[in-house]
Design a protein around this ligand. Sequence first.
Ligand code: BJW
Ligand code: ZN
Length: 242
Amino acid sequence: MKMFESIKEQIRDIKKIVFVTGAGMSQESGVPTFRGKDGLWRNYDAMKLATIDAFYDNPKLVWEWYNERRRNIFAARPNLGHKAVAELEKYTEVVVLTQNIDGLHQKAGSSEVLELHGSIVKIKCSVCNFKDEIMVEFSEIPPLCKCGNILRPDVVWFGESLPQDVWQKAMIFASQCDLMVIVGTSLVVSPANTLPIYAKQNNAILVEVNPEDTEMSSEMNLVIRNTSAVALPEFVSMFKEN
Ligand code: BJW
Ligand code: ZN
C-alpha cells in the first residue's frame, strides 16, 4: 500500500502544508456529511436548513437541528485522520482551513485552525453585536438576546459572507503553500472551493483525499481514493522517513 509514492521525492522540499477539510474529514468520527443520504435530518435536506431563510421561517426547527448536531459532536472523538494532521506539525509548517464547525481538528491538537464556516459552540445575536459561547443547552428555543431579538448559531449560512478576517488569512495561506491536501469536501460550496486555485497559482502540489470524485479531481496532482482516517496516517508517515 503505497498511496503517496508518486510525490514521495517532492516531499523533502515541502515547507508549508495547507489542509482544506470538509465534512468527510469527520465522517469516521461519526459526524454525518451534508450531501448524499447522510445529509438528511428528520427528512429535511441539510442544504435547505443551512440558510438564513430557513432560520427566519422556523428558528425552532433550525435550533433543534443544531442542538442535535452539537450533542453528537460533543460525544465525537477526533479520528486517526485528525490526529495525523496534528502530528504533522512536528515535521513541517501546517495550517488547517476547515469548513467544519465541529472543533475536532483543535481537539486532536492542531494549533493553526481557521474555521471558515464558524463553530458549533458559538452563538451570536441576529441583530446586535452580542456574541458568546454556548456550554449548556438553552431551556427554551429559540433563545433570546438581552436586546430582545433571536440568538442564532454563529455559523455561516448560504448567502452570508464568511468572517472576513478569517477568509483573508485563508487566502494568504492558500496562496503561499507548497502542498495543499484537500480532504473530505465535495468542493461545491464557494468561496471555500476556490482555495485550491490560489494554491495552484503558487505551483503548489495538490492532493485530494476522498473516496469519491469531486468538482476538482481533474485539477489534482494526486488523487487518493480512500478515507481520511486510512490515507492521512500514511501520508504523515512519509515525513517521518525523510
Ligand atoms: C470522505 C469520507 C471520509 C465521505 N474520508 N472523505 C446561488 C444563490 C445564492 C448563493 C450562491 C449561488 N450560487 C453560488 C452561491 C454561493 C454559495 C454556494 O456555494 N452555493 C452552492 C451550493 C451552489 N455560497 C455561499 O452562499 C457562501 N457565502 C458567499 O458566497 O457569500 C457571498 C454571497 C453573498 C450573498 C449572495 C451570494 C454570495 C456561504 C456558504 C456557507 C456554507 N454553509 C454550510 C453550513 C455551515 C454551518 C453548519 O455546518 O451547519 O457549510 S453548508 C455546508 O456545505 C457546510 C459545509 O461546510 C459546506 C461544504 O460541505 P462539505 O464539507 O464539502 O461536505 P459535503 O457533504 O458536500 O461533502 C463531503 C465529502 O466528503 C464528499 O465528497 C464525500 O465523498 C467525502 N467523504 N466520507 C474522506 N471518511
Ligand atoms: Zn442582541
